[in-house]
Design a protein around this ligand. Structure first.
Ligand code: GLA
Length: 385
């Protein structure tokens, strides 16, 4: 058993006594399909070997005691006074409690302590993992019988209402539905999904963390979402059947959006192209054509950087630094943007060298340290015995 779990159990004993239920909920990578989920397109995520662990137990009263080991901090409230907190980490579990109560699920008081090894602000969805671990744990101890798909929706809603990010469903879905060595092709409109084996054939998924987290991330994210919705409303005026960018074509955007606003046009065109690109990339993956997939990852990065404008100099630097390397098939920024990680497809025997040279170049150019992880694809949420 890993040391995080052992320490969490020991800490739970010391603070709350009793034997807790332990739950693991992983972070995620996304192979391709960025900023497509809230446009009802497709995404291609997978759960990884970095996770949030929750230790939870019932209380005899109506109180909620939350502890984040990483911050050595505690928040106490009770079931009848759950509201957004000034303390940002507390909003993830509190948002879940709020959603459960609003949807008619009956809870009692509980103690919840969490820790994990997902780097915060790295674009690996540590916040979704806290939400998913919490909802899964509460479902277990209070026997709520919530279907997993409903957990994903409630956790997404918790993020939107308590963390204030108008996110799509990808992160929560991946943390709950991940499967070892499989990617999930998720249709974010119907929520139909299928798994496909991630056959990497001597390649590794390498995450390069810029270690920058731009404060504008959340507000820019919400702005992008609004820009997409504005574009859709202009298309709808001519094509009422278009309900989201999922339904739009480049021609429709040329006709209805380009004449009105060049920037909104660029945003929408990126999304329309990315939805198409994902469908092609999924075929590449199934065919085992990693080189073709890698090229599309680079195209996605260009779109995110130049058209959707959610990259930053550090992310662009890291993609540029590796893109022509013979052992690198593809590279792009991953997740919401404005910081966090790039995801890279790198030949296994070249990984160490690549990390070393890129770290040096990054330090020289940006004056920052790089962190690198090799992502293993693992199962989604589970209770630990
Ligand atoms: C964040 C959001 C997701 C998704 C990605 C971008 O991770 O939480 O819903 O929109 O950004 O693809």
């Amino acid at each position: 058993m890993n040391s995080i779990i052992q320490n969490l159990r020991t800490a739970y004993h010391a603070v709350y006594q009793g034997e807790p239920l332990l739950v693991r909920a992983p972070g995620r990578v996304n192979i391709i399909g960025e900023h497509t989920d809230y446009n009802e397109g497709f995404v291609l995520p997978a759960a990884i070997d970095k996770a949030i662990y929750v230790a939870i137990g019932k209380r005899a009263d109506q109180e909620i005691h939350l502890r984040a080991q990483a911050f050595q901090a505690q928040v106490v409230t009770d079931l009848s006074s759950v509201r957004r907190s000034e303390i940002s980490w507390a909003n993830y579990p509190l948002g879940i409690v709020d959603q459960l109560q609003k949807n008619g699920y009956h809870l009692g008081g509980f103690n919840l302590m969490f820790d994990g090894d997902i780097p915060i602000g790295a674009g690996l969805s540590s916040s979704a993992a806290v939400e998913c671990a919490t909802i899964f744990a509460l479902n277990e101890i209070f026997q709520l019988n919530i279907p997993k798909i409903e957990m994903a929706r409630l956790a997404q809603r918790a993020e939107q209402t308590f963390a204030g990010v108008m996110c799509g469903i990808m992160d929560q879905f991946a943390s709950l539905f991940g499967k070892k060595d499989q990617v999930i092709k998720l249709d974010c409109r119907s929520l139909n999904y299928e798994y496909a084996p991630l056959k990497l054939d001597g390649y590794k998924i390498v995450l390069l963390n810029t270690n920058v987290e731009h404060a504008l991330g959340a507000s820019e994210f919400n702005t992008r979402r609004a820009e997409c919705e504005l574009g859709v409303s202009w298309v709808q005026a001519h094509y009422p059947e278009v309900l989201s960018l999922r339904d739009a074509t480049a021609n429709m955007l040329e006709q209805c959006v380009a004449p009105k606003d060049e920037m909104i046009f660029r945003r929408c065109l990126y999304v329309v192209q990315e939805v198409e690109r994902l469908l092609e990339a999924y075929k590449d993956l199934q065919r085992g054509d990693l080189a073709a997939l890698g090229k599309k990852m680079l195209q996605t990065h260009a779109g995110l950087s130049e058209m959707y404008e959610v990259s930053c100099p550090e992310l662009d630097f890291l993609v540029d630094a590796v893109r022509d390397h013979p052992a690198v098939l593809g590279a792009r920024m991953m997740g919401g943007g404005f910081g966090g990680c790039t995801i890279n497809l790198v030949r296994a025997d070249a990984v160490d060298m690549l990390i070393e040279t890129t770290s040096r170049a990054y330090r020289q150019a940006m004056g920052l340290e790089l962190s690198a992880y090799i992502a293993q694809i693992e199962d989604g949420v589970s209770a630990l015995s």
